[in-house]
Design a protein around this ligand. Structure first.
Ligand code: ADP
Ligand code: MG
Length: 721
């Protein structure tokens, strides 16, 4: 390897004088700051906006902006920006100074309500999937007051939605807010069967962010990591994760310093960091906050990801968020723990003896399963990407089939409900107590489930959607999931109300519909080994989506059932869905295209010249031996070098031909005009070639002199910390 310089000592970590509970939210314009910086009336209006979604009037916006400016200037802020989430999986910002002419030849610090509420970034360079022609390049960003404004450095950051001139969403936040509204309305209606006073249902999200840290010096010497976020070649390290000695191990000192630093900055930005630990692969780690309302949780995850990258560099690390930076060891995911709650409690919380809440619990579990069952293909599409495709089905991540694990007790409860026909039949609860249907037995749901192969597992008071990728914007999965559950709840209520109208009492009506639904959605329930070959066949028989090609999985967004769901809930229109799919296919193609190009460069510029140089050295050695040794002795002594010389020759030829084939395959694919077809061509013809060529490169890495190998090796990247 190269003599890349790496930093052995931990860097300094800021040492705040206050306790975390005191500096939490220091840089957030939260309710406390609003109370301090806004006049009473404006403060009350803001609470109404945040808690009840009432629109904000312009006059109040001006007053709020003024309060915000005062607060921000007290922190030395000079600029502001709208902060939004275009369809690039990152965030975007364009800073404007607070400065305005004062009309007397000088300047004043100014920040008006209109700059807070709306901006018009020239949006022509963001992906729009053809929604916006260049002559209508305008995009609008508009403040989302439900996610608080915050300060980074000298800039006031304002979370916003981002829409086109004609009103279509160009971002993740717009459809997310709409999906959250839909699930709130649908779930509130259903929750009122049980608790008539419920006014609002909140969707919660607790994400667990996995990541790798590698030494910055080593990172810089790997052009593939630099440009694609993953290693495109590299022989496995003799030791990697087989000893299971990294997972939950003691955190390396330099990493601990990074984590501490990251947590301080995250807490100051109001991100409620809670858990940190070593993950399974060497140099892999995890951070999880306490769950929050979904929209805020998504913003916080986006913010955290950029923070991680920034803080890592201060510690001489690079933070890798790619789902599969290293072949052969675990990749990184971002489990999305999801639940619904009212202001009085979590709707998915396993209850105790109370019949009504037992029924409420079963209702929300079953209708979640109905949504996931009906849209299992779409949910997979919502988490699919060129990068996450490397992780799914690997030995650590769920397979590319969405199914749900419920655990033994919940399974028994559903089976029992399904198999009884008489509403008055008595069943045995765990305590041996006889309880009458329509109540449900006393539930003691054990959440010790650790079926890691399940993509959508029930874990006590929530479902854990484990398929999302580490790099992704959680909004994508959350839009699909919340919309699917909203649709199921709307449909559930329709059928229950119809039965009630026919004279059934409420409880029997609910039980009767649940019984049907338990039968209908049964194919989604799977408690077995998700990695087995048999499961793929079984899942296909059950009618679940078993497609593994990323570009084809995207098709699920354009199924009539998906379009109908999104349109009926007013989350996205057909036009928006079509445009988004264009972007998905284009992004897929570009990612593979970049990988193929850098792969060719590395093969031709790094691997072959060095390997051929080494081969020459071997040949010189053979010639020298031949000159000094008797013929018989020469034959035995030089045999291994001669074999290596020809192995190198053959592998180099295969690599050269492979790289030519790779270029040719790209040229053919690039001529295709349809974005979908082009992505399919990249998937079917370009990507597999890289895998084939890589095999030979990795073999060579193990054969040639370490001195001549210019790329840092797996054992270095995974173990230097
Ligand atoms: P695990 O044991 O699955 O690794 P972690 O402690 O790493 O669990 O993360 C669990 C995440 O789930 C945390 O973010 C936690 O706040 C979140 N969580 C807990 N209860 C709920 C809930 N009811 N709804 C949503 N998220 C939840
Ligand atoms: Mg977890």
């Amino acid at each position: 390897m190269v003599g890349a310089a790496f930093r052995k000592q931990p860097a300094d970590v800021p040492t705040p004088k206050e306790r975390p509970s005191e500096f939490f939210g220091k840089y957030v314009f939260n309710k406390q700051k609003m109370k301090k910086y806004l006049p009473r009336e404006a403060y009350k209006k803001m609470l109404d906006v945040i808690d009840n979604g009432t629109p904000l009037d312009r006059a109040t916006a001006d007053i709020v902006a003024d309060g915000m400016k005062k607060w921000a200037m007290s922190l030395g802020v000079t600029h502001c920006t709208h902060w939004f989430q275009p369809l690039t999986d990152t965030t975007a910002e364009k800073h404007d100074a607070f400065l305005e002419y004062d009309g007397k030849g000088g300047m004043i610090e100014d920040f008006a309500g209109k700059s807070l509420v709306q901006q018009e970034p020239d949006a022509s360079s963001f992906p729009s999937g053809g929604i916006r022609s260049t002559f209508e390049a305008r995009g609008y960003s508009a403040w989302d007051p439900t996610s608080p404004v915050f300060v980074i450095g000298d800039t006031l950051m304002i979370p916003t939605v981002f829409i086109s001139y004609t009103g279509e969403a160009l971002d993740y936040k717009t459809p997310l807010l709409k999906a959250l509204r839909a699930v709130n309305e649908a779930a509130t209606d259903v929750a009122q069967y049980f608790y008539p006073n419920v006014k609002k249902v909140i969707s919660n999200l607790g994400w667990e962010q996995e990541y790798f840290l590698i030494d910055e010096g080593l990172y810089s010497a790997r052009p593939d990591l630099l440009l694609t976020g993953r290693t495109l070649m590299g022989h496995s390290s003799a030791k990697d994760q087989q000893m299971d000695d990294h997972y939950f191990g003691s955190i390396p000192e330099r990493v601990a310093a990074f984590m501490k630093h990251l947590e301080i900055e995250a807490l100051e930005l109001g991100i409620p960091c809670k858990t940190r630990h070593n993950e399974v692969a060497p140099n892999q780690f995890e951070l999880a906050p306490i769950f929050e309302e979904t929209n805020l949780a998504v913003d916080h995850n986006m913010l955290l990801m950029s923070l991680m990258k920034r803080v890592a560099r201060k510690h001489g690390f690079r933070c890798l968020l790619h789902e599969k930076p290293f072949d052969g060891v675990n990749g990184s995911g971002k489990h999305n723990n999801w639940s619904l709650s009212t202001d009085t409690g979590i709707l998915l919380h396993a209850p105790g003896k109370d019949n009504l809440s037992n029924l409420r619990f079963v209702t929300f579990v079953v209708e979640t399963l109905m949504g996931v069952y009906r849209h299992n293909g779409l949910l997979k599409a919502s988490i699919m990407s060129a990068t996450n495709a490397h992780r799914l089905g690997g030995n650590e991540a769920p397979p590319a089939i969405v199914s749900s694990f419920l655990g033994r007790q919940l399974t028994q409860v559903l089976d029992h409900l399904e198999n009884t026909t008489d509403d008055t039949i008595a069943i045995r609860g765990k305590s041996g107590l006889r309880l009458d249907i329509p109540s449900v037995p006393e539930l003691l749901i054990d959440n010790t489930d650790r079926n890691r192969t399940s993509p959508f597992a029930f874990t006590g008071n929530r479902f854990e959607f484990r398929a999302p990728g580490s790099e992704a914007n959680c909004a994508s999965a959350m839009i699909a999931l919340n919309a699917a559950v909203a649709e199921a709840l709307v449909d559930f209520k329709k059928r229950v109300d119809a039965l009630i109208a026919q004279g059934k009492n409420k409880h029997s009506a609910i039980i009767s519909v649940l019984r049907d639904d338990i039968k209908t959605c049964k194919p989604i329930r799977f408690d077995g080994n998700g990695y087995s070959e048999e499961w793929v066949e079984e899942a296909a028989r059950r009618g679940l989506d078993v497609e593994t090609s990323c570009p084809l999985i995207f098709d699920r967004y354009l199924d009539e059932a998906s379009i109908k769901m999104f349109e009926s809930l007013h989350v996205m229109s057909r036009k928006e869905l079509e445009a988004r799919n264009e972007i998905k296919w284009e992004t897929y193609t570009k990612k593979i295209q970049i990988e193929a190009r850098i792969f060719g460069d590395l093969s031709i510029n790094h691997i072959i010249p060095q390997v051929v140089g080494y081969q020459t050295k071997l040949a010189e050695n053979v010639a020298a031996l031949k000159a000094i040794l008797p013929e018989e002795q020469f034959k035995t002594v030089a045999a291994s070098n001669l074999a290596l010389i020809s192995e190198i020759a053959e592998r180099v030829k295969t690599i050269e031909e492979g790289c030519q084939a790779l270029t040719d395959a790209r040229k053919v694919a690039n001529k295709i005009t349809s974005a979908r077809e082009m992505a399919i061509a990249y998937h079917d013809t370009v990507e597999p070639l890289m895998e084939q060529i890589r095999y030979h490169i990795d073999k060579l890495e193990a054969k040639v002199d370490d001195e001549v190998w210019t790329l840092p090796k797996y054992r270095e990247m995974l173990f230097i910390r």
